[in-house]
Design a protein around this ligand. Structure first.
Ligand code: ZN
Length: 238
């Protein structure tokens, strides 16, 4: 069974009554409950020792889900490096919403990952623009979220390998809301929705995207690459 670790900085839920009302157990618990029928799911949070991301935890994690916002700078650089190495080694990473600015996502992308935003609780329509992709299995043509934060282009990421969702907002903005990358042997999916005050992770179609994305991002069982000087495989080559 695929093993998932849901990481949440878990600060808004402790400090802001409006967020606590939406996610009383924390965003990580809501995502854990959504994924648990399908996968073995643990959680980890910023204020645990080593942010809950010890070497042992990461070794047994197939897919890491990351939600962070107000405390990106509090994440230790050595632990970011540890997560980075695991992604290159094949662990899947799903970066959610404001994790676009997390240290780990920016390190993996190599760009600023900046964007435009407006936190007015507007309607968001996520269009499926890659209908054959496994991340949209079982989805309708679009997902309507009645209230979300707006993120608008330009989103300063490298050119994605695949664009899965394109969002529309009533202010006229659009955004590449579901994009994939490969770094080393690791698969990365960035998924835009999930502002902490709107309960987006309770939405059944958002949960379906996350279930599908874990299956897509999980490591495959292909051969492990070997690097460095190579002896010829054929005697005649020497
Ligand atoms: Zn937000």
């Amino acid at each position: 069974m695929v093993r998932v670790t849901v990481w949440n900085e878990y600060r808004h839920e402790k400090q802001d009554a409006a967020v606590q009302a939406v996610y009383p157990q924390g965003i990580h618990r809501t995502i854990q409950e959504a994924l648990s029928p399908h996968y073995a799911v643990d959680t980890a949070t910023l204020d645990e020792p080593e942010h809950g991301l010890t070497t042992a935890v990461l070794e047994r994690t197939d897919v890491l889900i990351w939600w962070g916002h107000m405390a990106h700078d509090a994440v230790r650089d050595d632990i970011v490096d540890r997560v980075y190495r695991r992604v290159l080694d094949g662990m899947g990473l799903i970066a959610l919403h404001s994790a676009h600015y997390s240290k780990i996502f920016r390190k993996l992308m190599g760009t600023t990952c900046s964007l435009r935003w407006r936190d007015d609780g507007e309607h968001e329509r996520l269009w499926v623009v890659n209908p054959r992709h496994p991340i949209v299995n079982g989805l309708p043509l679009w997902i309507d979220l009645p209230q979300e934060e707006m993120y608008g282009e330009f989103f300063d990421i490298p050119h994605p390998e695949e664009i899965i969702f394109l969002s529309w907002f009533p202010g006229g903005e659009v955004f590449r809301s579901g994009v994939t990358f490969t770094r080393g042997r690791g698969r990365i999916f960035y998924f835009r929705p999930g502002h902490e005050t709107f309960g987006t992770y309770f939405h059944p179609l958002v949960q379906k995207v996350l279930v599908n994305a874990v299956a897509w991002a999980a490591p495959t069982s292909g051969p492990t690459p070997v690097f460095g000087r190579a002896e010829p495989l054929e005697p005649s080559a020497s």
